[in-house]
Design a protein around this ligand. Sequence first.
Ligand code: GDP
Length: 197
Amino acid sequence: MVIKTATFISSNTRVDKLPAARLPEYAFIGRSNVGKSSLINALTGNRHLAKTSQTPGKTQLINHFLINDAWYLVDLPGYGFAKVSKSSRAAWEKFIRRYLVTRENLQCVFVLIDSRHEPQRIDLDFCYWLGENGLPFMLVFTKADKLSAQKSQSHIEKFRKTLLQWFEKVPAYFLTSAETRLGCDRILAAIDDINTN
Ligand code: GDP
């Protein structure tokens, strides 16, 4: 898929104010600082679409971008920020979980994971929760340019092995870099596949 147009539609703090669920929708989520904004910009070929390196946890917004007038790319707020109080973390959970379980046009959740690290509890727990709720998801390992292929592959294998303790099948995964655009076309092809099937 070639992205011809990527347009910012809305930022919402409430699930009941989201754009009408008329087009297929793909959500991107991950730990704060995982490289989500950079990846969204690399995917869409627009350096300024998603803002990079905002103060972690400051804005709890669901951002909708309309792609090629055909589908929505949704930028969800990051999780796991250290400086946020327990009550705002609980509010985040409620808000995002409500979005994820109620949004009827949501086709797939792309869970971003920093490929530089050993599997982190918070990412594994989130995947487990998605699986438990029957939400389709795929794994996106980020910042591949920052480490050797061998090292990132080892982290990916460990992550997938842990998921296999819970699930019969592990979801598809992508190794990506916002710097080199590694993996971006594969993600877009996966979205195309779902949209056309
Ligand atoms: P977000 O909080 O998940 O939206 O993360 P950002 O996109 O703001 O990225 C956090 C930091 O990681 C920034 O300093 C980015 O420049 C850097 N970063 C993000 N993706 C990559 C990548 O693929 N390669 C490299 N080398 N740095 C990246």
